[in-house]
Design a protein around this ligand. Structure first.
Ligand SMILES: [Zn+2]
Length: 247
């Protein structure tokens, strides 16, 4: 069974028409390679520019959602979509070098980085299924990705309300929800995931040996990732997300 077929079937299942054939879940997981899961190449990811590059199924669903929002005079602008392993490695290692040069101990530098950035190989942006979106055609604040802009009188609050009501109809879900009991990454009202592709990818991702990935990819600072650190990062930063994206 190829993955596209699986995605179509899972979309149908999502509508309540259960049509799964006699295939084990493991068969489906084999449709994703290690490299696809860590952002090192995926033939289904397409796009001409940084904000347009994403999984082709994500893009198709996003276009539909954008058109529907535009009818309500809400204009969706993507500020971040697919991000490669290499790009995330540059971000992570740049910060690691800067923080340790400033005198931080490696462990403290790593904990500071992961407040806002992922360890390369663990970003959901590697999958092409996740996008950061804001509202266009409104006065744009200097730093757009801040929760306050999506609430109260913030410039993006109309978008936030619209997404709360309609995003799920197009397969998109907020990942890092505003839930005081949630651990891991902080609340990100701009970050949405296309569930029909990202849910099976997360299930496959859970089978990866992260320690092995970090070592193989020679990530700077990874010699300071203890077993306990990796296990906490996995359960909090990777898996403590919107439950709608978990299974
Ligand atoms: Zn994001």
């Amino acid at each position: 069974m190829n993955r596209n077929k699986f995605i179509k079937i899972s979309s149908i299942a999502g509508l309540g028409i259960v049509a799964l054939p006699q295939l084990s879940f493991t068969d489906m997981l084999q449709d994703f390679t290690r490299d696809q899961l860590i952002g090192k190449g995926n033939p289904d990811i397409e796009g001409a520019s940084y904000t347009q590059t994403m999984h082709k199924e994500t893009k198709a669903a996003l276009e539909k959602m954008k058109a529907a929002a535009a009818k309500d005079a809400i204009y969706i602008e993507v500020v971040s979509a697919y991000r490669s392993f290499q790009r995330q490695k540059e971000i992570f290692e740049g910060k690691y070098t800067r923080f340790t040069n400033q005198g931080l101990a490696p462990e403290d530098a790593i904990n500071k980085i992961i407040e806002y950035s992922t360890i390369p190989g663990t970003s959901r942006h590697h999958w092409g299924t996740d996008i950061d979106i804001i509202q266009a055609k409104v006065p744009k604040p200097e730093s757009v990705l801040q929760p306050k802009h999506f609430h109260g009188n913030g410039p993006f609050c109309k978008l936030k309300d619209w997404l709360t009501e309609h995003a799920a109809d197009f397969g998109f879900y907020e990942v890092y929800t505003d839930n005081a009991n949630r651990k891991g990454f902080k609340y990100e009202p701009w970050h949405f995931s296309y569930a029909p592709v990202s849910k099976p990818m997360l299930q496959a991702y859970k089978k990866l040996n992260l320690k092995q990935v970090f070592t193989e990819e020679k990530i700077k600072g990874s010699e300071h990732f203890t077993e306990a650190f990796i296990s906490k990062y996995r359960s909090e930063n990777i898996l403590d997300i919107n439950p709608k994206l978990l299974s």
